[in-house]
Design a protein around this ligand. Structure first.
Ligand SMILES: Cc1ncc(COP(=O)(O)O)c(C=O)c1O
Length: 406
């Protein structure tokens, strides 16, 4: 591919430099609208809370807020960003992990709904306040992600209240004076199988029945987290979002009717689904080495897009103007780690210094996981809105690296 929403990638690279993240707002809107329409069709009382950790550039957040989304925040700064970019507090949920007292103080200050990771977090919270409304993140005992590093429930997961202890958590909260409740889970990221979502909603609702019926609680919301996947490999099929929405709402309705829960609000917290395929990382070839293998080095590396080095994720790559993938190469960055590898044995065209490389699906967990390692500057970010490219974060400079040194 040589253009993004009609704009020539080489021109974009020349105008803004490389490496650079480019986001197509039109695609963000398509993703959000597709999900929202499917949910509305099957369960009207639904909310989409965009997960800021996927991509939290303020301009992107402002754009997503205008689409009508709520926000899923995981840190005090994410709360600040959500508020500054126009998300209303009533549509923000705070889900931490091993939340400190300072984290909890901030969530209280922002008066957002708090979703707690553990009973021990609740004990820290009640030293500060007893909230009117609360939920716990439940580990339902099963979890699935695209791969192990993004599986966030089950016996190895550091997240959530084990479902066997969930009743105790809610009982304690009710005894202490919390009046209104929801329930939450987030079992893994990048799932492409609709029936998996049905399975976990059923499991969570079965757990909800065992907690809320004996405690005489009507849950006000059921938050099933994010996890909606996108295909990273050519042979993967897109998630059938219509079927997913249908199955989720059927499971929710069936269990709610059975347990007399009325119609709780259904919350989803997608990050990847909203922004992954709207983003591209554009980099430049900085060297081709014929060593024991052929290495193609880029001006982007694990400092720019860490997912391949961190947990073996794959991002499809194109080279501008070259489609004939006749070589097998190892694609790497400039960082002094031998794990600074994007892909091994990758079918690739014959390239030379200066060729432009385009990484797909880089909108989620790209810039937000980038670093200054080896004192490389973080890249710039551009969003294409109304057909025009707009710089939304300048490239870092030496001054940014020196900021904070005393
Ligand atoms: C609590 C919570 N909600 C939502 C998300 C977003 O997940 P995804 O990008 O898979 O939709 C995450 C990601 O880790 C999360 O931890």
């Amino acid at each position: 591919m040589d253009n993004i929403n009609g704009l020539d990638v080489k021109h974009l690279a020349e105008e803004f430099g490389t490496p650079i993240y480019i986001y197509d707002c039109e695609q963000i809107k398509i993703n959000y609208t597709k999900l929202k329409k499917s949910l509305d069709r099957y369960y009207s009382k639904n909310s989409i809370h965009y997960s800021l950790k996927a991509n939290s550039n303020l301009r992107i957040l402002e754009y997503i807020a205008t689409l009508g989304a709520g926000a899923d925040c995981s840190s005090p700064v994410e709360l600040e960003l959500a508020q500054r970019s126009g998300f209303t507090n009533s549509k923000i949920l705070y889900t931490g992990n091993y939340e400190s007292e300072e984290d909890l103080k901030k969530a209280i200050e922002f008066s957002v709904r708090i979703n707690l990771d553990d009973i021990s977090s609740f004990k820290r919270l009640i030293k500060l306040t007893v909230p009117e409304i609360l939920s716990f993140r439940i580990n339902p005992g099963i979890g699935k992600g695209g791969f192990e590093g993004i599986t966030t429930a089950g016996s190895d997961a550091k997240f959530g209240v084990p479902y066997e202890m969930a009743y105790d958590a809610y009982k304690l909260a009710k005894d202490v004076g919390v009046k209104r409740f929801g329930i939450h889970m987030m079992t893994g990221s990048n799932n492409l199988e609709p029936y998996y979502f049905a399975e976990i909603v059923e499991k969570l609702m079965t757990i909800a029945g065992k907690i809320f019926i004996p405690l005489d609680i009507q849950p006000e919301y059921v938050d099933i987290g994010g996890g909606l996947g996108v295909p990273y490999y050519d042979d993967e099929k897109e998630l059938d979002i219509e079927l997913t929405a249908k199955l989720i709402s059927e499971a929710l309705k069936e269990k709610s009717a059975k347990f007399g829960f009325g119609e709780p609000e259904l919350i989803l917290e997608p990050g990847r689904y909203i922004i992954a395929n709207a983003g591209y990382l554009i980099a430049k070839v900085t060297g081709v080495k014929k060593s024991y293998k052929t290495f193609v080095g880029l001006d982007a590396g694990m400092n720019t897009l860490i997912r391949p080095a961190l947990y073996g994720a794959f991002h499809k790559v194109d080279v501008y103007g070259k489609t004939n993938k006749t070589n097998l190469v190892t694609l790497c960055g400039q960082i002094c780690e031998n794990s600074d590898i994007f892909a091994k044995n990758l079918p690739f065209p014959e390239v030379e210094d200066g060729d432009i490389v385009i990484f797909h699906n880089s909108g989620a967990y790209g810039y937000s996981m980038s670093s200054n390692y080896n004192n490389r500057m973080r890249p710039a970010e551009v969003m294409i809105i109304n057909g025009k490219p707009q710089l939304i974060r300048r490239r870092e400079t030496l001054d940014d690296i020196l900021t904070g040194i005393i």
